[in-house]
Structures are given as structure tokens and as C-alpha cells.
Design a protein around this ligand. Structure first.
Ligand code: PA5
Length: 443
């Protein structure tokens, strides 16, 4: 695999004997995943997805991506949670967080419908002024408020510019195969539709049409992404204490039991920022329930060494870190020589920035371990589609195993409904009345 788990900086806090002691629980949790016998097992469609997917839909998706690349300067992706985080993470990780601003021969990809901010929508509308655009609206349930509001706005904009028929040819809908208002609406309006499989929840859907259409529009090799995930799927299907996902799940649960209630995913490249967000949703929604679960947090170093670094070094010892690093250099930039050397940096002249960044990481690993914070290091051999596909599958599989080990159903998210009920009640949505008047009294 292009992904390895380096435990050197975790080991002072978890001995091999302790890890071995947890392993039977990890093996039992993994057995439930493989046998599809645990709670929520009907949502395990992602488990063999890298090989077992709808080839005809995938071919249609690639064709749609080609069409969007040829007739649009911008793709607006509308979705929230698992309906957008995966594709945004992949595009930023493999292309750049500045993908939209860079010179390129593929459309810019902007994300909308992931909040209820009017100013955000206003900005996006001004960004597409005078630019041909298409829309990919993504909602598994087809009823989520945030994307529904954004879709109304961008649909109206498309219809204003291209007429009803022209707009219809620029709207791509990714939703449930049968259920939901979005599916019914798309069928009636004649939009091209793609499917979120019944057995795949939002946060596990990046390798379905949910993630793959925007990713393909950005010119990323989706075959290679799936091939990487398929490689991880085969490797991680081998049970045993050498299985990298077993080890990650074991360490997470061990640290949690030792009072480390927070896991910080750290990276040293700004292109990891949205991957951190995707990871937080994956683990946060999967494990944070029934009064349990690690709180997933994230940092991008060295930037955050100048903010949260202080806390990690010497604040409350409530966390452990999982550091993701890409082994092969991601750039050829080097520190220039300056004859005046006023800043005293000539000792670094000629040094590749990548080596400087890696030295910062090594120094930080030692410092944080010395400060009492365990560090698990995930080493990705390279920044490539294959490697990222492996990493995505690794996290999904580890999350399922870890969640069952914790004793929760990793595939539901009942807590997300609570704010919605209150919001709808306050907005007067029929069926959400508050007969006790409690909300009105509090607000
Ligand atoms: O992981 C999940 O299931 C959620 O985060 C959903 O992705 C999110 O709530 C969006 O739901 P939907 O795709 O139904 O609009």
C-alpha cells in the first residue's frame, strides 16, 4: 500500500501489550463489518464499492463531466455534509485549495448549499456573472433545507440565462434512485440524474457519483482514485494485528480509554485543509453519539503551530494527534541565497522547502510527544489519485471498525435532526409546530 501507519511517536503512550490486549475487540468489530452483521449493516454499501459499482452510471458520469468541461467555465456543486465535503477535499488535496484561481483548462468548481448565508450566495452569484455555468445538485434525502434553498436560486439564474430547456441541460442531479422530492422534481423537469446508492450514507459517499462527478469535472483521474481505494479494500480485508486499519482503530480506542477525548488530525500542507473537514464529518457523525466518541479536531501546521500549537504543547492533556504526511516532495521550491543575509537564513540557502517543512514536522513530533501528546503518523507515499483513494478507504473502514469497537452504530446520525426540528418550528414549517411554546419563550 502507499499508506503506512508509523507508531513510533505513539508507542511511549501505548505498549505493544496494550495494543494486543485491545486487538480481540478490534477483530470482533471488523468481523461484524465483514459479515455485515452489526447495527446499521444495511449502510455498508461502501465496503466493496471500489469494485462493485454501477459501470453504466459511471460511464454516463464521465460523459457528463466531459460535457460540463466543454460547455461551462464554472460548475456550482450544491450540497451539504457528505454531499460536498468529499469532492471538495479530493479536488483541493490533488489540485489545490486555490484550484479556482489557478490557470487551468477545466472549469472552476464552487460549492454552495452548505450553509444558509445570504452573503455567501450573493458572492457566488457575482462570481458567475458573464461565465457559462452548470449545476450539480446533490442530496441523498432530497429534502435538506440548505441545498434546496441554493438550488432554487441557481436554478432561477440558469433559467433566466438559458431558458427552461437550456437550464435543464445544465442541471445534474445526484440523489436517491427512487425516493425524495428532488428525484421526483428531476424526473418531471428532465434533468440528468445520478444515484446515491441506498446502502451508502452521505459521509461514506465520496467514491459514488456524489463525489466522482465534481471530481471528474476538475480533471482528476477517477479511475485511479477508485483503483487506490480497491487496493486498500483488498489489503484491509486481511484480518490480524498487522492490518493498518486495525492498528489505527486500536490506538484510537486505547487512547480514548486512557482519557484522551480528542483526536487532532494534523497535516503540514494547506491542501489538506478540506480533507481534515471531510475526516471530521466522517468520524464525528459516525462516533459522536450515546454520550460517547472522540471529538475530531484538526490543524494545518506549521500555520497552526502559531496558534493551537501552544495548547497542544502544554495545555490540558486531553488529546492525541494523528499526523498525515506525504513522503515524496510536493514541490521543488527552495530557499534562495541572499548575499546580504540580513535575515540570517543563508544556512538554509538551496534547501528544498519540502525538507524544511519535514524538519518542522519531525521537530514537532518529538516536541509534542515530549509534551505528553501521543502521535500516530500516517505516511502517504505520494500526492496522487491512487494514494488518496487508499487513504479515503482506510479512513472509512477504520471508522466503521472503530465505531463498533466503541459500541455505537457508526452509520446513523440521529443528533443532526434536533436543530432542524427547532429551526423549522421557529420558521413556521407546517408539521413542526411547538404546542408548548418552549422555543418562543427561550428565544
Ligand atoms: O453523512 C450524512 O449522511 C450527512 O452529513 C448528509 O450527507 C447531510 O446531512 C446531507 O444530507 P442529504 O444528502 O440528504 O442532503
Amino acid at each position: 500500500m502507499k499508506l503506512t501507519v508509523d507508531e513510533r511517536f505513539a508507542r511511549p503512550f501505548a505498549s505493544e501489550d496494550e495494543i494486543e490486549a485491545v486487538m480481540p475487540e478490534i477483530a470482533a468489530a471488523a468481523a461484524k463489518v465483514f459479515a455485515r452483521s452489526g447495527e446499521g449493516a444495511e449502510m455498508l454499501g461502501w465496503l466493496d464499492l471500489p469494485e462493485n459499482y454501477d459501470r453504466a452510471e459511471y460511464a454516463r458520469l464521465k460523459e457528463a463531466a466531459r460535457r460540463i468541461r466543454s460547455d461551462s467555465e464554472v460548475l456550482i456543486v450544491i450540497g451539504i455534509g457528505g454531499s460536498y465535503l468529499g469532492s471538495r477535499a479530493v479536488i483541493e488535496f490533488l489540485k489545490s485549495p486555490r484550484y479556482n484561481e489557478l490557470k487551468k483548462d477545466t472549469p472552476s468548481v464552487y460549492f454552495s448549499g452548505d450553509n444558509l448565508s445570504g452573503s455567501d450566495l450573493d458572492e457566488l452569484l457575482s462570481l458567475i456573472e458573464g461565465r457559462d455555468f452548470s449545476v450539480n445538485v446533490i442530496s441523498k434525502s432530497g429534502t435538506t433545507t440548505e441545498p434546496a434553498v441554493a438550488f432554487r436560486i441557481f436554478r432561477a439564474e440558469l433559467e433566466k440565462r438559458y431558458g427552461a430547456e437550456g437550464a435543464a441541460s445544465r442541471i445534474y442531479v445526484t440523489t436517491d434512485a427512487r425516493k425524495g422530492t428532488l428525484k421526483a422534481f428531476a424526473d418531471r423537469a428532465g434533468y440528468e440524474t445520478f444515484t446515491v446508492p441506498d446502502s451508502v450514507g452521505g459521509r461514506f459517499s465520496v467514491l459514488t457519483s456524489v463525489g466522482l462527478l465534481p471530481i471528474a469535472v476538475a480533471g482528476i483521474d477517477t479511475d485511479a482514485l477508485l483503483a487506490g481505494a480497491a487496493c486498500a479494500m483488498r489489503e484491509l480485508a486481511v484480518p490480524g494485528s498487522a492490518n493498518p486499519a486495525f492498528r489505527y482503530a486500536a490506538l484510537r480506542n486505547l487512547f480514548y480509554r486512557k482519557g484522551r477525548k480528542m483526536e487532532i488530525l494534523a497535516g503540514y500542507e494547506p491542501f489538506q485543509l478540506m480533507l481534515n473537514e471531510w475526516w471530521k464529518q466522517l468520524f464525528g457523525e459516525s462516533e459522536g453519539k450515546d454520550g460517547k466518541g472522540l471529538y475530531p479536531s484538526s490543524v494545518v501546521f506549521t500555520t497552526d503551530l502559531h496558534s493551537l500549537g501552544q495548547y497542544v504543547q502544554s495545555g490540558e492533556r486531553i488529546m492525541f494527534e494523528t499526523v498525515l504526511t506525504v513522503d515524496s516532495p510536493c514541490s521543488t521550491a527552495a530557499v534562495p541565497y541572499d548575499p546580504a543575509d540580513i535575515d540570517g537564513l543563508n544556512f538554509l540557502a538551496g534547501a528544498p522547502l519540502d525538507a524544511v517543512n519535514k524538519a518542522a514536522m519531525q521537530g514537532t513530533l518529538v516536541a509534542h510527544a515530549d509534551g505528553g501528546v501521543p502521535n500516530i503518523v500516517l505516511r502517504l507515499a505520494e500526492r496522487s489519485e491512487e494514494a488518496l483513494g487508499e487513504l479515503i478507504y482506510f479512513f472509512e473502514f477504520s471508522c466503521a471498525v472503530s465505531g463498533y469497537t466503541l459500541g455505537v452504530n457508526p452509520f446513523n446520525q440521529p443528533g443532526v435532526e434536533v436543530y432542524k426540528r427547532n429551526m423549522f418550528s421557529l420558521l413556521g414549517k407546517p408539521g413542526y409546530e411547538d404546542p408548548t411554546g418552549r422555543l418562543a419563550k427561550i428565544i
